[in-house]
Design a protein around this ligand. Structure first.
Ligand SMILES: *[C@@H]1O[C@H](CO)[C@@H](O)[C@H](O)[C@H]1NC(C)=O
Ligand SMILES: *[C@@H]1O[C@H](CO)[C@@H](O)[C@H](O)[C@H]1NC(C)=O
Ligand SMILES: *[C@@H]1O[C@H](CO)[C@@H](O)[C@H](O)[C@H]1NC(C)=O
Length: 330
């Protein structure tokens, strides 16, 4: 028995290496047929508004993963032979670009490996597909702002374990906020639904138990009822320009920006609000607050307000009170 001849071994290794490279490269350029079909459908459903050139790179005789703008592909965890679309960004986001038009295609739901879906400002209309969330379990970022989306926010945008930012601001969405959106998205940090006009009903009490929420912007809608107690993580809250009423709820010690202006909040303004350690903007103007307003002494160096507006309320008197540390109010 002679041992394997070294040159032969070398040749064998070289062949294996070439085979590996070949398989690897061919896998790199193969978009899954499902995703390819969905992209074709998206291309047929949407179009560049005059002056926009976003879709000029979308030529289906070349490889979408290599040549289409707005697309990032990643290996498929379940099937190593294919790539999946993991990031889809429609439109350029340039301020001078008019964006895209058309009807939001339901086939977006077929891109089931998506982690980020961003549509830049344009004139895309239609409803958000009912099962969008259920179909895209890996979603981290969903941002479709300044378009013409209609209808409700589907409850399926809940139970998304990785979703950290949901921005559907400046559309024409209607109906109430699904309560599970706030309580059942464990990673949700940023929720922006501002300036839809037609979002209505109460702000769900589940807000209080939102586990990680930092930024909530609901301004410019038609919400009614009381504001629930705020979650202790919240730093930014705007509910300006709605029809919210009732007294101020307990606030979050983490608050930095609070805008409750242009509602019908009533009752006294709790003095504790002016002693929150990080709160620098306090906009309570244009409400129905009444009674005396107690402010901490200006000699107190820990308060650091950039803006305080309590104008256009029913306040009777503004008084200074002895400053107490924030802990005294909790
Ligand atoms: C999307 O997926 C559904 C269900 O698998 C299928 O019936 C439909 O043809 C797909 N649509 C596109 C445009 O790929
Ligand atoms: C798409 O690419 C093919 C091959 O490169 C080319 O022949 C064709 O003209 C292109 N189509 C468009 C619309 O640019
Ligand atoms: C404003 O508050 C007063 C009590 O201070 C109440 O009688 C009145 O109904 C409130 N107005 C609105 C529009 O809520």
């Amino acid at each position: 028995m002679s041992p394997i001849h070294p040159p032969f071994l070398f040749l064998l290794l070289l062949l294996l290496l070439l085979l590996f490279l070949f398989l690897h490269c061919s896998a790199q350029s193969l978009l899954s047929p499902t995703d390819r079909k969905a992209l074709l459908n998206i291309r047929q459903s949407l179009f560049d508004l005059p002056g926009s050139t976003f879709f000029s790179s979308w030529n289906f005789s070349s490889d979408p993963c290599l040549s289409f703008s707005g697309i990032t592909c990643s290996p498929d965890d379940d099937d190593n032979n294919f790539l999946r679309v993991s990031v889809l960004t429609l439109g350029t986001g340039l301020t001078d670009s008019p964006g895209l038009g058309g009807i939001l295609p339901t086939s977006i739901s077929n891109l089931t490996a998506l982690t980020e879906l961003v549509i830049f400002p344009g004139r895309i209309t239609g409803q958000i597909p009912t099962n969008l969330g259920g179909s895209l379990p890996l979603l981290r970022l969903l941002s479709i702002s300044s378009n013409l989306l209609l209808g409700p926010i589907p409850p399926s945008l809940s139970n998304l374990p990785f979703l950290h930012t949901l921005d559907l601001s400046q559309n024409q969405l209607q109906d109430s906020l699904p309560p599970s959106l706030l309580s059942s998205n464990p990673s949700l940090k940023v929720l922006i639904l501002a300036y839809n006009g037609g979002l209505t009903g109460p702000i769900p009490s589940q807000l209080s138990s939102a586990p990680n929420l930092l930024h909530l912007d609901l301004r410019g809608n038609s919400f009614t009822g009381f504001l629930p107690p705020l979650p202790s993580t919240l730093r930014f809250l705007s509910v300006s320009i709605n029809s919210l009423s009732g007294p101020l709820p307990p606030t979050s010690p983490a608050l930095e920006f609070l805008d409750l202006s242009n509602n019908v909040f009533s009752g006294e303004i709790p003095p504790a609000i002016f002693s929150l350690p990080r709160l620098s903007s306090i906009l309570l103007n244009d409400n129905n607050f009444s009674g005396n307003l107690f402010l901490p002494f200006s000699s107190d160096t820990t308060v650091n307000w950039a803006v305080v507006d309590v104008s256009h309320n029913m306040l009777t008197e503004i008084r200074r009170r002895v400053w107490l540390p924030p802990a005294a109010y909790t």
